[in-house]
Design a protein around this ligand. Structure first.
Ligand code: ADP
Length: 568
């Protein structure tokens, strides 16, 4: 039941109760007052009749006073009654036991209110003793009083009705004016609960409602501020999460995905909306990570491990999972590069050891033979010493190349920039390689583009680059082949191309050709005195100059190596 109804109903009940009580008390008081007045009149009339009346005069007195008059003897017999014909008096029952008569017979004034069976009304009786003997009794019906009481009650009823209507109107007005601010406040509270934090109570009165409204507004302001702060905080966290390189997944206690960052969607090739709410395994389909998460959720302790993801390419991740709010947070840190570098380092050490072992073994073998059987054979001794020498040379070459490479790689040998005419330098290098060209019966030509600006680089290092490239172009060329060196501009860079007419490089080897110790045909390279480091050194030098190197090759037709160097 609403507040307004309750108020109205209580008001009505209270009014009804008050009016009922007033009716009861007033009716009683009015009735008592009227009866008291009537009693006085009746007693006076009875006394007057008692002084001069005789039983035969009963009717006359009755007419004069407007009341019933009865004469009763000392023994209670009715001697005369204004309402009973004389002939019937004998039949009237003895009145000595009537309370008022009994009192008058004892010499007092007797009063009583009774229902008269003789007449059929309520009567007020007053009896006084007669001078000689007996009693005079005057009686009046209470009908008059009852009608006056009824009139009084009607008046009270009318007043009650008016009070009720006025009260009802007052209650309605009061309940309206009380419930309006309450309704407004509850509407505001509902909007707040629905998330409309801008809702405020407008008309603030100077009463308790006003204070409550002001408190509600204060509460709304606090909530609004806190929500704003929280959403800003959330925004910051989200932007951190979305800009993180690491893939981050949050799951609940049942390993259902709560949040993923863009790194996850890119890595696993799933859409965020498809992953959210799904079990981890179903959403991201990675068994190993699922096991890791399950163990974190079970033990509620951090766990980490290395996992591999094979799509789109094989990637290695360090996975850290920590318990978070009953669920868990998984962070995937990409360590592919680290692992690859470790791998490269391991392979490099193995390769270096291997490369060193071959000449060392050969030196050791020839030395032992020399010490033994060949000691006295001059020809064999010369041959073996020659082998030992070439082994040592090979070792020196290898160690020189390794030192050169590590010096460039570690940045210890930064290029000392000067103006270099690449075509002229290429001619110089070709000149120095003349013996090699002659052995191959090969021809080297250098064609420079007209008006080409000089390059800016370290002359010694660029000489090394050109030597390696031209040496390769001659070494791996066919007998009687050609090597063509051309130069041209490529934007702000000078490009130099060394093209040969050799056997070419198989396409599958092309991407790895610049790796250390990578050789298409190792036996051939070793035979030709190669270390497998030449192109690696070329790449490092060119990149240290801010340029790049590329290769193109057709099997059976030849290869072309092009590098660029900033122009002067
Ligand atoms: P190497 O000392 O073996 O010549 P490089 O690093 O200079 O080492 O070259 C690596 C490998 O690339 C060589 O072993 C050879 O197989 C291949 N290569 C380099 N240049 C050429 C070329 N001009 N024609 C064909 N193969 C080449």
């Amino acid at each position: 039941m609403g507040f307004s109804r309750k108020l109205t109903l209580s008001f009505c009940l209270l009014t009804a109760l008050a009016m009922g009580l007033a009716d009861l008390l007033i009716t009683h008081a009015v009735k008592a007052d009227l009866i008291r007045g009537l009693e006085g009149t009746l007693i006076t009339q009875a006394r007057l009749i008692a002084q001069s009346g005789k039983p035969t005069d009963a009717r006359r007195f009755a007419e004069a006073c407007g009341c019933r008059v009865t004469f009763i003897s000392a023994d209670g017999k009715v001697l005369g009654d204004s309402e009973v014909p004389p002939a019937e008096l004998a039949a009237v029952e003895n009145h000595k036991d009537r309370p008022e008569v009994a009192a008058a017979l004892l010499g007092r004034t007797g009063l009583d209110i009774r229902h008269s069976r003789t007449v059929g009304h309520d009567f007020l009786y007053a009896a006084v003793p007669l001078n000689h003997a007996g009693v005079v009794r005057a009686a009046l019906p209470l009908t008059q009083i009852q009608s006056r009481v009824a009139a009084t009650r009607r008046a009270i009823g009318g007043a009650a009705l008016m009070v009720l209507v006025a009260g009802l109107l007052a209650a309605l007005w009061l309940s309206r004016s009380l419930s309006r601010p309450v309704l407004e406040m509850s509407a505001v509270a509902e909007r707040l609960a629905r998330g409309d934090h801008a809702a405020r109570v407008r008309d603030l009165a100077q009463d308790e409602h006003g204070r409550l409204g002001a408190t509600l507004n204060l509460l709304a302001e606090t909530v609004q501020r806190q929500v704003r702060e929280l959403s800003q905080e959330k925004g910051r966290l989200l932007s951190i999460l979305s800009n993180m390189v690491e893939a981050v997944v949050a799951v609940d206690s049942h390993a259902r995905v709560l949040a993923v960052n863009p790194a996850v969607t890119a890595l696993f090739g799933v859409k965020e909306e498809d992953a959210l709410g799904k079990p981890f395994l179903e959403a991201l389909r990675h068994h190993q990570l699922n096991v890791l998460l399950a163990s974190v959720l079970k033990e509620q302790a951090p766990r980490s491990g290395e996992v591999r993801i094979f799509v789109p390419a094989e990637l290695v991740f360090e996975a850290h999972a920590v318990p978070l709010d009953g669920g868990a947070l998984l962070v995937l840190h990409d360590i592919t590069r680290l692992r690859r570098l470790e791998q490269v380092r391991r392979e490099f050490v193995a390769n270096v050891s291997h490369e060193l072992r071959t000449p060392l073994t050969s030196i050791q073998g020839f030395a032992e033979t020399l010490r033994g059987a060949a000691k006295d054979d001059a020809a064999a001794r010369d041959e073996f010493l020659g082998e030992i020498e070439s082994g040592a040379q090979r070792l020196t070459l290898l160690v020189d190349d390794l030192l050169e490479l590590s010096a460039i790689e570690s940045g210890k040998r930064a290029p000392r920039l000067e103006t270099v005419d690449l075509a002229a330098l290429a001619r110089e290098v070709a000149q120095s390689l003349e013996p090699v060209a002659r052995r191959k019966d090969a021809r080297v030509s250098v064609e420079a583009e007209a008006g080409l600006p000089p390059a800016q680089g370290d002359r010694a290092q660029l000489r090394r680059v050109l030597t390696n490239l031209l040496d390769n172009a001659l070494k791996y060329n066919r007998q009687g082949g050609t090597v063509t060196v051309t130069t041209r501009m490529e934007g702000a860079l000078v490009a130099l191309r060394v093209a040969d007419t050799g056997a070419g490089i198989p396409p599958q080897d092309l991407p790895r050709i610049f790796e250390r110790f990578y050789r298409v045909d190792k036996a051939r390279s070793v035979e030709l005195g190669g270390t497998g480091l030449g192109l690696s050194i070329v790449k490092h030098i060119v990149e240290a100059h801010g340029g790049s190197v590329a290769v193109e090759s057709r099997l059976g037709e030849g290869s072309a190596f092009t590098f660029t160097i900033p122009k002067c």
